[in-house]
Design a binder for this molecule. Structure first.
Ligand code: BGC
Length: 338
């Protein structure tokens, strides 16, 4: 009887000890800290990237400190200073400004900390690694998708800010496809402009002014992300034109998915955040553990060839929405179709 009771107590103790071990190791990952610097959290996608990144880094035993720069490069640079002081082992950064963020790389290197650019390249510095989707391919896919449907006429382009290398990459990709058509005078670019930010309001203003100017109506508008597409669609809606002009976007945001279904937008480009965040966290953990980093390619940033992992983006229209964005669990079917 006494023996049984002792056995019982022992079992309870063992359960408590393993529970404490579990809790302890959950709250105190032991392999070190990764700093994650985000440019902003205004878009749906960055919160998803952040959450997937933290999940993946935790699973590999790392703690993550996240800072959001609210689109302010000075702030991001000082956040990097703080992370360096805190002794992070590696910094993963979505830069606000492709040039001014070189400060982070230079400063981190003085403390022997490596820097990985996430989604956006950092220019003219000794960047250690770059993990992103193929942004030129984002543009190519947009242009191929559209020119299968419309082969001539007036086209418009509204890009992101010039402080983001991706804005140029996307435009390059689009021009690779439509450049020869412009030369043959099949396509005429009636609007070709970059924005100062990836802002819906700015895109609305640009296109509203365009529509009021009496200039020819384009049959295609390449808007380079879903926020810009939303702005343009708002301007079109006010003139009763939504759904009559082919509008593209990128990011598979909820509003964009709804607009695919209603026909106000024809295409978004899906870049599964889970995969990107996973690859970035693996790269960070590899760098910390001194494991060899096996890049897929190298991308020149104006100073060095940066070892890079570049993933393939996925075109999404209303026909494959279920098999892509919804199947992946990126957006909820009910919310899109409600
Ligand atoms: C990203 C896009 C995003 C945009 C605005 C770009 O660098 O590649 O996915 O929509 O920034 O945050």
């Amino acid at each position: 009887m006494l023996k049984n009771r002792r056995k019982g107590v022992l079992k309870v103790l063992l359960v408590i000890i393993s529970l404490m071990h579990f809790l302890y190791s959950e709250s105190k990952p032991s392999k070190g800290i990764i700093g994650l610097l985000l440019s902003d959290l205004t878009l749906e996608r960055w919160a998803k990237d952040r959450d997937y990144f933290i999940g993946s880094a935790h699973a590999q035993g790392f703690e993550v400190i996240v800072r959001n720069a609210n689109n302010d490069q000075e702030l991001q640079n000082s956040q990097a200073d703080t992370l360096i002081q805190k002794g992070v082992k590696v910094i993963v950064v979505v830069p606000v400004d492709e040039n001014k963020s070189a400060y982070i790389v230079e400063k981190a290197h003085t403390a022997n900390i490596k820097v990985i650019a996430y989604d956006r390249l950092i220019m003219n510095c000794d960047l250690d690694a770059y993990v992103s989707y193929d942004n030129k391919m984002v543009g190519e896919i947009m242009a191929i998708y559209i020119t299968i449907r419309v082969k001539n006429g007036n086209f418009a382009f509204i890009g992101g800010p010039k402080s983001d290398r991706n804005s140029f990459y996307i435009r390059q990709g689009i021009w690779k496809i439509i450049g020869p058509m412009i030369e043959r005078s099949n396509i005429s670019m009636v609007c070709d402009t970059f924005t100062n930010n990836w802002s819906k309001d700015e895109a609305y203003k640009i296109f509203n002014e365009y529509l009021s100017s009496g200039r020819p109506l384009p049959s295609v508008i390449f808007t380079c992300n879903d926020q810009l597409a939303l702005g343009v669609i708002n301007a079109l809606e006010q003139k009763g034109l939504a759904g009559r002009i082919l509008v593209s976007g990128q990011d598979a945001e909820m509003e964009a998915c709804k607009n695919l279904v209603s026909g106000k937008q024809v295409l978004t480009i899906f870049k599964p955040a889970r995969v990107l965040a996973d690859r970035a966290a693996q790269t960070a953990s590899g760098i910390i553990g001194n494991l060899p980093f096996i890049p897929i390619t190298e991308i020149n940033n104006g100073k060095v060839n940066v070892p890079s992992i570049i993933l393939f983006p996925v075109p999404v229209d209303k026909n494959n929405l279920k098999n892509t964005v919804i199947k992946e669990g990126y957006q909820n079917e009910k919310d899109i179709f409600q």
